[in-house]
Design a binder for this molecule. Structure first.
Ligand SMILES: [Zn+2]
Ligand SMILES: [Zn+2]
Length: 103
């Protein structure tokens, strides 16, 4: 059954990787509203304090839309969380942004 699990992981990555185009696929209007509400309440990354642009599902289940399961994070922290390789420049840009807009 290991194969099936691997397949599910890949599907998960595919949907989760879908930057920018999230309205088109998989995410409905309800999620868009919830996501916007979360970012309004937590405009800064809960991990590093940079501006949050991503609402992450703590349990990695994107259908589990309980408020407690959501975490506002910046892209760098989000990518790091999901184990993607982080390019040096990316994180630094967020930091610069933070300096210019202290809050
Ligand atoms: Zn962050
Ligand atoms: Zn995530």
């Amino acid at each position: 059954m290991a194969q099936e699990r691997e397949q599910r992981r890949q599907d998960y990555r595919k949907t989760h990787d879908n930057r920018g185009g999230s309205t088109k696929r998989g995410y409905g209007a309800a999620w868009q509203r919830l996501r916007a509400a979360k970012l309004r309440q937590n405009p800064l990354c809960e991990r590093c304090g940079a501006p949050a642009t991503v609402v992450h599902h703590k349990d990695h289940n994107q259908f589990n839309d309980f408020w407690d399961n959501l975490e506002a994070v910046c892209r760098a922290c989000h990518e790091e969380h999901h184990g993607r390789k982080r390019k040096d420049g990316d994180g630094r840009k967020e930091q610069l942004w933070k300096k210019d807009n202290p809050r």
